[in-house]
Design a protein around this ligand. Structure first.
Ligand code: PMT
Length: 441
């Protein structure tokens, strides 16, 4: 495939070399179009050596070959990494005052941008409006990630890691190709989730004890946001129910911010009706403090400990799963610390059945896996307890793998109109889900 990698002038330009290299190693013919400013951060010889192609930057070179449009016309995919605030503004305005701007305007290939800038610039209303314009035109926005920036500061604005950018870009190309390659980046690219309404919960709930403390968990929201983002990039209209995310909000989703389990439940029930797909990726507290103190809980002289009384939270997934939900495919997650792979699958099967989900994604969590990392390993379990697929890689690729299963389930139902949400084998229960849930069916 002919891939154009645009590089804008920011310090993250050095990481663009990794993007170019990964694409070349994957067998693609890569043409780099840096801006003049980008060449202040990374040299042309480096880009030519890594891309194995000449690198052009000047609009007035190669005029006889009509290069200002030829590069864009030949592209199957354009990836701009890093995309600075300035370049994003120019893309939104459709400016063509350099070779990169001309290349983008002259192309009908899917466009993927990976923003990188300081947090204040990212949050600026102008940048946000420009990004929204690009999203509305069907451009795929990857990141930015949250983390250490160039200086001592940190926050949203870091360019995503090269492998995440490459995976997202190839997925965007796949969605474009699935539509027969129709639709320029500006035309609202259709994918295999076009016309679908998808609700995704992400992050971790917090149950307050008093005005300063809460009971929470280590979910960052990365896996849920990756699913929301992947669904949006494949054409779905996405509601993201975001519980205390530790990463930047994705673009192009209707975001409902919540904190506690009760708030999450209200938002899910409010949006799930009539949805084609609900994915419960949030880590939800099973219990909350029986009372929330008005003031900060103080230790008293002589106190050796503190006993908290907790009460059970509603199980949102089970509530959805045990109510009729024909027409809504319900995907649950199971976060388990079980080390034995077979036992892990058994726990996933039991949890799927106990909660009445149509698919259940079981992933192992622990001190160093599952939560907060960029990678995940998961098995998707179907209603007959079968392991439909095993997924391993970045959370973005796991997200697309889950959506691939969802799409194939929809295709199966389409092929057999008699098929409804199956529940025939939903008879087992698991240790941490109330067995009475199953009797409500
Ligand atoms: O956010 P990251 O840092 O990327 O980490 C991702 C993740 C590990 C949080 C994610 O992949 C994951 O496993 N999410 C589910 C976490 C969880 O709550 O698992 P559980 O086994 O406790 O719950 C099972 C299912 O029931 C989940 O779909 C959960 O959303 C749902 N649930 C749980 C309790 C409850 N009261 N109501 C619910 O709906």
């Amino acid at each position: 495939m002919n891939v154009v990698v645009g590089i804008a002038g920011g310090i993250a330009a050095y990481k663009a070399v990794g993007v170019v290299r990964a694409l070349v190693l994957a067998g693609h013919d890569v043409h780099v179009v840096p801006t003049e400013a980008a060449l202040r951060f990374v040299g042309r010889p480096t880009l030519e050596a890594i891309s194995r192609n000449p690198v052009h930057v000047d609009l007035y070179e190669g005029v006889a070959e009509v290069r200002h449009v030829a590069i864009g016309q030949a592209a199957d995919l354009i990836v701009i990494a890093p995309a600075t605030a300035n370049t994003i503004a120019k893309l939104a305005a459709g400016l063509a005052d350099d070779l990169l701007g001309n290349t983008v305007l002259a192309s009908e290939a899917p466009l993927v941008v990976a923003p990188a800038m300081h947090t204040e610039m990212w949050r600026n209303a102008a940048t946000q409006a420009n990004i929204q314009t690009l999203v509305d035109r069907g451009v795929t926005v990857v990141g930015p990630a949250v983390g250490q920036l160039t200086g001592a500061d940190s926050g949203p604005g870091r360019m995503e890691e090269p492998e995440v950018i490459v995976e997202s870009a190839l997925a965007a190309y796949g969605a474009h190709a699935a539509q027969g390659g129709h639709g320029a980046p500006g035309s609202g690219l259709a994918g295999d989730l076009q016309g679908r309404r998808v609700v995704v919960s992400a992050g971790g709930t917090r149950e307050p004890l008093d005005p300063v403390r809460f009971l929470g968990n280590r979910s960052s929201g990365k896996q849920g946001v990756a699913i929301a983002d992947a669904a949006r990039s494949r054409g779905a209209e996405v509601v993201l129910i975001a519980a205390n995310l530790e990463i930047a909000d994705p673009h192009g989703c209707d975001i409902r911010k919540v904190s506690t389990t009760l708030e999450l439940r209200e938002a899910v029930l409010d949006t799930a009706r009539g949805a084609d797909l609900v994915v419960m990726a949030a880590a939800v507290a099973d219990f909350r403090p029986a009372t929330v103190s008005e003031g900060k809980i103080k230790k008293q002289p002589g106190d050796e400990g503190l006993t908290l009384e907790l009460v059970r939270n509603p199980d949102i997934l089970a509530e959805l799963g045990h109510a009729p939900h024909d027409g809504t495919l319900l995907v649950g997650f199971a976060a388990e610390t079980e080390a034995d792979p077979e036992r892990l699958i058994e726990l996933g099967r039991a949890k799927r059945a106990a909660k009445g989900a149509d698919l259940l994604v079981v992933n192992r969590v622990g001190w160093t896996e599952g939560f907060a990392s960029d990678e995940n390993r998961a098995s998707v379990i179907g209603v007959d307890g079968e392991v439909v697929t095993e997924l391993h890689g970045s959370k973005v690729s796991v997200a697309h793998g889950i959506l691939d299963v969802v799409v194939s389930r929809w295709d199966d139902r389409f092929a057999d109109p008699a098929a409804t949400t199956p529940t025939a084998t939903d008879t087992t229960t698991d240790a941490d889900s109330a067995s009475e849930d199953d009797t409500t069916r």
